[in-house]
Design a protein around this ligand. Sequence first.
Ligand code: PLP
Length: 373
Amino acid sequence: MTNKYAEGYPAKAYYGGCQFVDVAETLAIERAKQLFGCNFANVQPNSGSQMNQAVFLALLQPGDTFMGLDLNSGGHLTHGSPVNMSSKWFNVVSMASAATTTASTWMKSPPAQRTQAQAHHRRALPYSRIWDWKRFREIADSVGAYLMVDMAHIAGLVAGGEHPSPVPHAHVVTSTTHKSLRGPRGGLILSNDEDIARKMNSAVFPGLQGGPLMHVIAARRSRLAGAAPRIQDLCEERCRQRPHAGGEPSETGLDIVSGGTDNHSMLVDLRPKNATGKRAEAALGRANITCNKNGIPFDPEKPFVTSGIRLGTPAGTTRGFGEAEFAEIGRLISEVMDGLKASNSDEGNAAVEAAVKAKVIELTDRFPLYAGM
Ligand code: PLP
């Protein structure tokens, strides 16, 4: 699969000798369609960024306007970050600013108004809450826009029936295959509209990519197939863990943006713990807990520092962690954060971090990496 060049699509490759890779890709397409209940699927995007670029290439002209979710509001670079092609070649209106007020107005407004705007923003944008796709489509229709949903974070929950599917509502849906879907790295583009699906295919190849990564597509095929019932189990487990994923908030004192989570993920505002995302990421790393710093809405810190961390359960669930283990992880995170707060320095509290590290090693030893797959 690695050796075979297969530019094009099944039965329409620009190369001879594609009969076996065609079987793999056709199966991946059929299984993606079945899993997400849609009519068309493109399984070739090499990454999540490329799947989103393909949608832009297919549906927009340079200079066109789109509305996206900014990084600090749970979006991705490809949703209109100033450093990304999506904002350099297109005109971005940030959903976050629109939900409150424009960013520049917000910066100039008095502190009380800012606080109010922040509070409104936290309610208006669901982060780890349930998204109302029908309402989004109504809004898109009312202004003559396409609705594209990048469901990368929650695709596993959608596949497992634990989050409403955007497929019946959106013109086009994209998803990575390596997050909650727990498959190999890459992207998917789904649609029920034949004309849009044709445009997506041309945008992926020859618009953006050359030879598809057939070895990854073959792996995606196995994941999408064997996956369906297993994904359902994993999702149910993940959702059961939901209230415990960060430990009980009263117990851990962690401030979860949106006031909680309805899925497997959460963004933690660390300001009550007197820490930045950068310091927390480093301190947790020293205790063998890997997570990523992340901006929070209207973050006063720079993107390399941030005021938050983002946590999710898929990797732990795959490993076999259950409710008790996630509650334990919530407590361990809280211990490190309290140690950091008490030390009031970048170095953190070495004794606390060493003690937590020992507990992490004991926990992960009980759940070896691939045992839960
Ligand atoms: N879309 C979302 C929602 C993401 O979170 C990410 C990655 O973090 C991407 C797209 C891009 O995926 P990739 O890193 O494979 O380019």
